[in-house]
Design a protein around this ligand. Structure first.
Ligand code: CP
Length: 309
């Protein structure tokens, strides 16, 4: 049984809790139909105050595939927050109707605030530039399913390492596993923040390399995690325009990479992975989106179990 009763941050996940969710995710991948009645009579609320394709729809399909039902909104303009209702009151109200809530909000800390008032478990589906823990679960299940282990990998993380919330959580979680090497590839302006370097690498006595060139880094990677330059987090549009094309992975560049390297991306992509890469067997980012649904099925089941204990 999970020790956590809600999921606000990937930092809240112990290795034991993480692996419990991932192991159930693996069982679901093998035989999803075995779980098709596991949430009969249960209701998920999806409160999305910010745009989303994958996270919202994978949560909704996850609950439907578990036999449960979903209510919610994908546009805050259609909710009473437009009349001035506070987030606390919206969440408190919806938690009277549902058994579990997945919420995305532009404000950092919104999920924590929601969890203080809700009468049901809250899952953070993204709070501003802060946390996106279910993306981390998605990434970890994808690595497990494609590489069979979370240890002994040379992992390259490329793109916007400053604003990319998924990168910070993924690195934190991977730091719990042994013998991984880390190559951080970004423009100088978008390097991993010092506080993240401290809690991921320094606090765990782990080494990392920082580079600016992707092409020179491809040769010996086992995992390449590409990220989008996060336009919506920039204060200066000029800076965004200057940096937006820093990295474009193409079929040609991949000739240098190992045959069994995997390419992950949380999606959505803009132009950082050329579409000619999509057919390459190493490109697993659309499979990753599917694993996101399976791991959210596992998370819903595990949180409901922990809250009913
Ligand atoms: N990866 C991800 O969070 O995608 P969405 O913004 O489409 O949910």
């Amino acid at each position: 049984m999970l020790k956590i009763k809600k999921l606000l941050s990937a930092d809240d996940l112990s290795k034991e809790d993480l692996m419990e969710i991932i192991e159930l995710g693996k069982e679901i991948v093998k035989s999803p139909s075995d779980f098709s009645n596991s949430c009969n009579g249960k209701l998920l609320g999806t409160l999305f105050f910010e745009p989303s394709t994958r996270t919202r729809l994978s949560f909704e399909s996850a609950m439907s595939r578990l036999g449960g039902k979903v209510i919610g909104f994908s546009d805050a303009n259609s909710s009473s927050s437009q009349k001035g209702e506070s987030l606390r009151d919206t969440v408190k109200t919806v938690s009277q109707y549902v058994d579990i809530i997945a919420m995305r909000h532009p404000m950092e800390g919104a999920a924590k605030l929601a969890s203080e008032t809700a009468d049901c478990p809250i899952i953070n589906a993204g709070d501003g530039g802060h946390q996106h823990p279910t993306q981390t679960l998605t990434d970890i299940l994808t690595i497990m399913e494609t590489k069979n282990t979370l240890e002994g990998h040379k992992i390259g993380i490329c793109g916007d390492l400053k604003y990319g919330r998924t990168v910070h959580s993924l690195l934190k979680v991977m730091s719990m596993f042994d013998n991984n090497e880390y190559v951080l590839i970004s423009p100088d302006e978008l390097k991993l923040p010092d506080n993240v370097k401290k809690f991921v690498f320094e606090d765990n006595n782990l080494e990392y390399e920082e580079r600016t060139n992707l092409d020179d880094s491809l040769e010996d990677l086992d995992i390449l995690y590409m990220t989008r330059i996060q336009k919506e987090r920039f204060f200066s549009m000029n800076q965004y325009i200057r940096l937006k094309d820093s990295y474009v992975l193409t079929k040609d560049k991949l000739k240098k990479a190992k045959d069994d390297m995997i390419i992950l991306h949380p999606l959505p992509r803009v132009n950082e992975i050329s579409t000619d890469v999509d057919k390459d067997p190493r490109a697993v980012y659309f499979k990753q989106a599917k694993y996101g649904m399976y791991v959210r099925m596992a998370l819903i089941l595990k949180l409901l179990e922990a809250n009913n204990a």
